[in-house]
Every structure is written in C-alpha cells, then in structure tokens.
Design a protein around this ligand. Structure first.
Ligand code: DLL
Length: 455
C-alpha cells in the first residue's frame, strides 16, 4: 500500500505508511469516526448524551417531568452506565403528545415533518431542524458509502417519497455523497426496469419485497438485470430473511445490503451492513444502542436476542431517550473485518409485537419466509392468514407456484411446504396454493400477515 501524505499534530506534512493489514482509507466515508477506538467513541457518546439530556430537560416539559420523576437532575449522568437509570420512552408517548408535544424546538424552527401512518389511532409525527437534516444527509451518505456506493454512481431510489422517511432520506444522502439520484419512488414497475437500464444505475434502493417485484417484472419483460450496470442493492424498512437475500442477489445480480432505521430515531441511516454482510453497523457516534429483555427492561448479554433501545445523541428537534423500538436483534461487539469499530446489530427478525403466537408457538413471519424461499418450483411471495376456528388459532400460508410449473409438480408443492414448516417449526399449518401472481405484490413495505381473528 503506498505511503500517504498527512498532517501531524504540529501541522507539518509528513509521509505515513498505513498499518500493515489496515483497510484502505477509501473504504470509509469518514475514516476518523468509523474506525474510532472504542474508548474515544465512549467519551464522545458520554459528552453527547449529556448534551441530549440537557436539551430534553430544558426544552421538553413532558420529558423533564419523566426524568425528574426518575430522580434525574441535570449533571447526574457521570458515565454511560448511568443511562440504565433513565426512564424508557415508548411509541405511545409520541401519540399522546401528538403532534408536536415532544419537540425540543418551536415549530417554526423545523424545516421538515415526517409521519408514520400507524394502523390504529393517530400517526407518529417527527420533525427536523436544519441541523438535523444536515446530520441525517451526512449519515445517509456514510450509509450509502458503507454499502459500496461511490460519488458519480447513479442511485435508483425506489423507496416511497412522502411522509415515509425512506424516499427523502436516501435522496438527500445520495446527493450529499455526490451520486446522481433518480427519484422514482415506488410503482410503475415496468418503467422502473427501463430506467434502471437506460440511466445505468449502479445502486438500487428499495424494500426487499419491492426489489423482488422489480426482478420479477424484468424477467417477465425479458430483461436480464444481471447483465446491466446494477451492482448494489440497499434493502431495508421491513424484515427479510437470509434466504430472501440470496434469492434477490441471484435474480438482480447485486450485493444485497441490509439497512435499518426508524422514523422516531431519524429514518433510514441508523445501521447498515458493510460488504462483509455480517451484521449492521449502528452509527454509534449518533445513536446509543442497548439490547434489553423486554420483560425486565434489563440489558441482555452481548450476542443474546432482545429488544433494541436507542438514545439519540445529536438530534435537536426530537431527542429520544431510551426509545423502545420493539425490534428484536442481537448486538455483536467484536471488531468487524472491515475495520469499523461501531457495534453490529444482527438482522432484525421483526418487532416483538409482530410476533405470531400460534397454538403456543412463537414465530416471526420472516422465519416462515426463510423456509419458503428456495423451495423448488415455489415463487418467493407469501402471505400468512390467521383465523380462529373452533376456539383455536389456525395459520394458513398462502403461496404460489412459479409461472409455467408443470401441473404434476404444482400438486406436490402444498404438501412440501406443509411438511417443511412442520418439521422445522413444529407447527401444523394449512397451505393455500394460489395462481401465479395471486399473492399481493408490494410497492413498499409488504403486508405479510392478514389477521382475521375476531377482536
Ligand atoms: O422503515 C425507515 C427506513 C427506510 C429504514 C428505508 C430502512 C430503509 P419506519 O417506517 O418508521 O421507518 O419503520 C421502522 O421498520 O422499527 C422495523 O420494525 C422495520 N425495519 C426497518 N428497517 C428494517 C430492516 C423506516 N432492515 C420499522 N430489517 C422498524 C427489519 C426493519 N426491519
């Protein structure tokens, strides 16, 4: 590796030889932060945590009241371990204080609002100051770079534009990075395929379920996207399985990179895989992550599954203290081969409130997905239907054969799926085989479960 010219502490220009085996600097968007030694990162986090708490205490009466009730007073946090004494924030609190009650800045200092639809009741509204938007774009640029996107690349952004944070989050991140962004949003899939080819996109940003719809549409049009410039997929916003990753990679010819985020914390850009594809680096200079046992609220051991809890460290408008994401993951603190020091979160299997409990067996839809994708002759589309029959919960798995599959093979598919699920999960399910194309396709987050049980 060639020597680099760098400035030393006395501001003199000197020649420095990179450490043997160290990843090249161009592997990182912000090398200093991404490879920051853990002890320094912890000092930075503590300083920013104190600032976040001061912001909440001074500017959000509802948060001040809760912190006060928990015995916190300004200056009380002496170390990161003290975080464990602070109260959690739940999604309901955002709804209770709808729309702007948890904001730490007056409405006229906000440049943007986003909201998540919320299936019941009021939506959750989040807001950003000018600085928050700048922080977000910079983090999204770092996220895209970490996935392999480079300045000058064409980025095809099929995340939905609007109140959902996916579209605009990726949009401004790609611009900030110096890429050419194609703001297509979701839908009109045949046109998307044409634009992917005509504009020479190197990266595709979409939910994994929509990426699959794009792959399927291209195949139907007779287009082989594997033979185009497309190399990277940034897929997230919904749970997906490792099997689905391999399926999408094979059909689109991309490295499929998982990325995670949520509106309440910022939007996309909270955590992303590096090309190692072995866990998502959570950007710890902006977010403090804990993984807890949801029942006791106490931290689980590293590597154990639990609920992800996030404290924001740099947000001005909407500081979040110990936000209960309800997402189930595992934290890995061993150093990644890529050289980044930020902890890794294992693939999010789902939200703990999306967990299905069917006749005493707990499972996430993504666990069923992992068993369906790759079954010969079966298309990788599915929906789970929950019904109550005779007082018992019944799970029906709706799937479809690949187009053109011989009738004799179709007949055996349902039984194959039934047996596979029974042998791996110990669960007896009904399998309903629909016509090819019968499972609803998504343009954004896929609806995996239809719960028809009486409420
Ligand atoms: O989905 C933000 C986002 C946009 C992330 C684009 C990634 C890409 P919300 O609509 O608020 O924000 O939904 C957040 O989606 O709490 C998880 O349950 C789920 N989720 C997000 N990313 C992943 C992922 C955006 N990579 C909620 N794997 C989160 C599994 C994910 N679940």
């Amino acid at each position: 590796m060639p020597a680099m010219l760098v400035r030393n502490r006395a501001s003199e220009i000197v020649r420095r030889h990179p450490r043997r085996g160290a990843p090249p600097r161009h592997a990182f968007y912000e090398p200093e932060v991404e490879t920051m030694p853990r002890a320094r990162l912890a000092r930075l986090q503590l300083e920013r945590l104190r600032r976040t708490l001061a912001n909440a205490w001074r500017n959000v009466p509802a948060l001040r009241a809760r912190l006060h009730a928990a015995g916190y007073s300004p200056g009380a946090v002496a170390s990161l371990a003290d975080l464990a004494h602070l109260p959690f924030t739940h999604k309901d609190e955002l709804r209770e204080h709808y729309p702007f009650g948890l904001f730490a800045r007056p409405r006229d200092r906000l440049l943007r609002l986003h909201a998540s639809s919320g299936t019941t009741g009021k939506p959750t509204v989040v807001g950003y100051t000018r600085r928050d938007l700048a922080t977000w774009s910079a983090l999204m640029a770092r996220t895209l770079y970490c996935a392999g996107v480079r300045p000058g690349d064409v980025v095809h952004n099929a995340y939905g534009y609007g109140l959902f944070t996916g579209g605009l989050g990726f949009h401004y991140g790609a611009e900030r990075l110096g890429a050419t962004v194609v703001p297509v949003s979701g839908g009109a899939t045949e046109r998307q395929v044409a634009l992917l080819i005509d504009f020479g996109a190197r990266a595709l940003c979409a939910t994994p379920s929509y990426a699959l719809v794009i792959a399927e549409t291209a195949e139907r049009m007779g287009v082989d996207l594997r033979a185009t410039n497309l190399q990277i997929g940034l897929f997230g916003a919904e749970p997906w399985s490792e099997q689905m990753r391999r399926e999408i990679e094979a059909r689109l010819g991309v490295a499929a990179i998982d990325n995670y985020g949520l509106s309440e914390i910022m939007g996309p850009g909270v955590a992303v895989e590096c090309p190692q594809q072995d866990g998502l680096h959570a950007w710890e200079d902006h977010f403090l992550c804990e993984v807890i046992d949801p029942a006791t609220g106490r931290a689980v051991a590293d590597g154990e599954p639990g609920e992800l809890v996030i404290t924001t460290l740099t947000k001005e408008a909407l500081p979040m203290i110990r936000y209960r994401t309800r997402d189930v993951t595992r934290a890995v603190r061993e150093r990644c081969a890529c050289g980044r020091t930020h902890l890794r979160l294992k693939r999010v299997a789902g939200r703990n409130d999306d967990m299905l409990i069917v006749r005493g067996i707990n499972l996430f839809p993504s666990q069923i997905e992992a068993l369906l994708v790759g079954v010969p002759g079966l298309a990788p589309h599915y929906q789970l239907v929950l019904e109550r029959k005779g007082g018992l919960d019944e799970l029906t798995v709706e799937v479809e054969p690949q187009p053109g599959l011989a009738a004799s093979a179709v007949a055996a598919l349902a039984e194959t799926v039934r047996q596979r699920i029974h042998s791996r999960l110990g669960l007896r399910v009904e399998v309903r085989l629909l016509e090819p194309g019968g499972v609803p396709r998504s343009q954004g987050k896929a609806v995996r479960v239809r719960d028809l049980r009486p409420r």
